[in-house]
Ligand binder design. Structure first.
Ligand SMILES: Cc1ncc(COP(=O)(O)O)c(C=O)c1O
Length: 327
């Protein structure tokens, strides 16, 4: 079975497991875990922020950020298929008392004009920008456009959170540092259990004061661990070994798209968007290829650490007749 459902299906490599086994650890809640502290230091620097906080999941990082940046009764605004609005179980409403408003926007990118027109949006509200944007097929938000939308939110008095779960994919594909986007937003989430290949782990970065407040959310949500260095060691290993190789995932996604008769430019990073047809997913499954859902009417084939050139060749072989017919 060739598993292209998501980049979350990867298993830790022997090198990563060895790094985890060798991790120097301490009590994270006392801020005494040296490996976690080192991870936080490196990530703050990479994202262009003063401080960073380790959290077990990107969902927890997003929810912690919203709690710090907002006031109950205010709005969280994002493109309508952004992860925080549709896959986090109403977390913004439940944890932070926020009104959730989705905007219909091309490629997952609300424009400055759309943001300027949002009713009752101001201080205490938060705009969430997602880059790469999952439901639009892993598309990259160009930094200038990103800045313009962010400026529009700031001019309304709202804060801006970047869900950069796959920001390293965007950075590697665009050939810029993750800080090109990271430093602009008030807070940034990075997920390590996707293209970076860790079993779990996320980072929230921001100003020192904001990250100090985020510790409260870490305890409140049950994300304050003890010897978290075991996870942080995997994450540091991923920073050293799994960032540049994301370019291979992107090249393989383009090759897969082309091989099954699609326009390779639709695979901007590691997602190949495929138009859905009744029964297509099941037929692909029967041929030994698993694909995932992207958004209504669309499937995705996602390249990742456990997919090499041989798997791509084989996937093209198995998929081309099915997808070509229905493209
Ligand atoms: C854009 C985006 N943000 C956040 C998350 C949440 O990540 P986690 O599973 O670590 O909570 C995901 C996971 O799929 C995602 O795609």
């Amino acid at each position: 079975m060739i598993d292209l459902r998501s980049d979350t299906v990867t298993k830790p490599t022997p090198g990563m497991l060895a790094a985890m086994a060798a991790a120097e650890v301490g009590d994270e809640q006392e801020r005494e875990d040296p490996t976690t502290n080192e991870l936080q230091r490196r990530m703050a620097q990479l994202l262009g922020h003063e401080a960073a906080l380790f959290l077990p999941t990107a969902t927890m990082a997003n929810q912690t950020a919203l709690r710090v940046l907002s006031r109950p009764g205010c709005k969280v605004v994002a493109e309508e298929r952004t992860h925080v609005l549709i896959y986090e179980w109403g977390g913004p409403a439940i944890h932070s008392g926020l009104i959730m408003q989705g905007l219909v926007a091309e490629a997952g990118r609300p424009t400055p004009e759309q943001i300027e027109e949002v009713d009752e949006f101001g201080p205490g509200g938060v705009l969430v920008l997602e880059n790469t944007h999952r439901s639009s097929g892993g598309q990259i938000w160009p930094p200038e456009e990103f800045q313009a939308s962010l400026d529009a939110a700031r001019s309304r008095g709202a804060a801006v959170h970047l869900d950069g779960a796959r920001l390293f994919n965007a950075a590697v594909a665009a050939g810029v540092e993750p800080a090109a986007w990271g430093t602009l937003a008030d807070t940034v989430t990075i997920c390590f259990s996707k293209g970076l290949g860790c079993p779990f782990g996320a980072i929230l970065a921001g100003p020192v004061e904001t990250i100090e407040q985020a510790w409260e959310g870490k305890f409140l949500f049950g994300g304050a661990l003890r010897q978290s260095g075991v996870a942080a060691a995997a994450m540091l290993y991923a920073l050293d070994h799994h960032v540049e190789r994301l370019a291979d995932d992107h090249a393989r996604a383009k090759r897969l798209a082309e091989g099954i008769g699609l326009d390779p430019s639709t695979a901007e990073t590691n997602f190949v968007p495929i138009r859905d047809e009744p029964g297509l997913r099941q037929r692909l499954l029967e041929r030994g290829v698993r694909v995932g859902g992207l958004r209504p009417g669309w499937l995705r084939a996602v390249t990742h650490l456990d997919i090499g050139d041989a798997e791509i060749d084989e996937a093209i072989e198995r998929m081309q007749d099915e997808v070509r017919v229905h493209a």
